[in-house]
Design a protein around this ligand. Structure first.
Ligand SMILES: [Zn+2]
Length: 160
């Protein structure tokens, strides 16, 4: 009897542990200090963050009006600081559904920034130390690759 209950409680604990680990691993991908940044769950919070004044800057992210693939060498990590995340720590598997009420597409420069939809629901928010421009970033996982995607944050496109 004792032999039956012990392994079972071990399995339960292990399950909880591995689930936590997976969530943690997903959250830290593409960022270093994830635990110290706030989770923004409303359009207002994101607007407030991004409304800081910008100054002209030539960082390599200026052209990312829509989602662009940015590998680690192109990412200007010396200027970038993660300041927030849009990934809900309570949601284990964020939706892959996209939000395009006006007929835009994933890569459109005019696509709305819809926090609850893909890919914004798995983004971290970074700020450039040179221009205070905010940039959204997430990582796509393929069978044989990881692809870092970045998009400059345009506050006018943040959807309610
Ligand atoms: Zn910059």
């Amino acid at each position: 009897m004792c032999g039956n209950t012990k392994p079972r409680s071990f399995l339960v604990n292990f399950g909880a542990f591995s689930r936590l680990s997976i969530a943690y691993l997903q959250a830290v991908v593409g960022s270093v200090a994830m635990s110290s940044v706030p989770f923004l769950n409303t359009p207002e919070a994101l607007r407030q963050l991004a409304n800081a004044p910008h100054t002209p800057c030539q960082c390599t992210l200026q052209h990312c009006a829509g989602w662009e693939s940015i590998n680690d060498t192109a990412w200007p990590s010396q200027y970038m600081t993660q300041v927030a995340t849009l990934r809900d720590p309570e949601v284990y598997e964020p939706t892959f559904e996209e939000h395009h009420p006006s007929g835009t597409r994933y890569e459109s420069a005019e696509a709305p920034v819809a926090l609850k939809f893909f890919p914004y629901n798995r983004c971290d928010v970074h700020a450039c130390s040179q221009c205070q421009q905010h940039v959204l970033r997430y990582t796509e996982f393929g069978g044989y690759y990881v692809d870092h995607r970045a998009r400059r944050l345009n506050t006018d496109l943040i959807a309610d």
